[in-house]
Design a protein. Sequence first.
Length: 323
Amino acid sequence: MRSGMMVRALGAAVLGAILAAAPAAAQQKTLAIGTGGTGGVYYPLGGAIANVLTKHLPGMQATAEVTGGSVDNLKLIGSGQSEVGFSMADAALDAAQGQDKFKSGKLPVRTLMVLYPNRMHVVTVEGAGVDKMADLKGKRVSTGSPGSATEVMAFRVIEAAGLDKDKDLKRERLSVAESVNALKDRKIDAFFWVGGIPTAAVTDLAATPGIKMKLIDHSDLVEKMNAKHGKLYAAGTIPAGSYPGFDKNNSNADVWNLLVTSEKMSDDDAYRIVKTLVEQQPELVAVHKEAQGFSLQNQTLDRSPIPFHPGALKYFKEKGVGG
């Protein structure tokens, strides 16, 4: 009898412990953040964001996931496999409108924050015979990995240059790290990459002994790109000194990066995430200097072609920005 009573008592104690722990477990939220390949900027910044949110938001466990980039991230959010992701503005607009790589249906994506401008790099090396965009004709060129917005924008740059991506190029679909290795081995002649500066993989290429990296000017194509796709792009500059041995300014096309989520995210979660990232910006800048763009001044409606999440707008309104 005593044995039975002891078992029941132990059972009750265990059940009580489980019930007591249940509320704490229920409050623990997981947040998957879609980033990009390991050689780009999205990945280290995504890791920094995950660390900051996990550290400063009680009950939140955030993780950064390696992905193909913007297009993958948007699709993961659409399917509920990720809660947050990095995206270029042009890819986010395509997702919201159900265009291009999102013809299977519109995705209910919203902007949490405008981050920093992504710079289109058209990368080659001395000896490859590429000095201007027209020289890409007949060459072996990587236009970015299949799940990336690099590919989306590369196709638009190529088209604006009067080239046919399928007929005029011997096209590869490689990540930035794979593109760098292929260019080093002379398996390709050039590659497209849209990312922040410096991008680790491009730095690696520029620092390789016996190789002189070159970036091809193409800012003159921005007007044609915007005429067809809307005012998404801007003429920009990758300054001399951005990469080892890179001694002249490159005129390029820029597009803004966004941190996006689903419209299903609660207003409270969106508010807390944005507030934390703004307030803890120095921790993010310590990981990569492009996080300097995570500023209140960049949160303007004209920099995001898709609507901001209401929770994000609430925080920006409190700070007197977001117009």
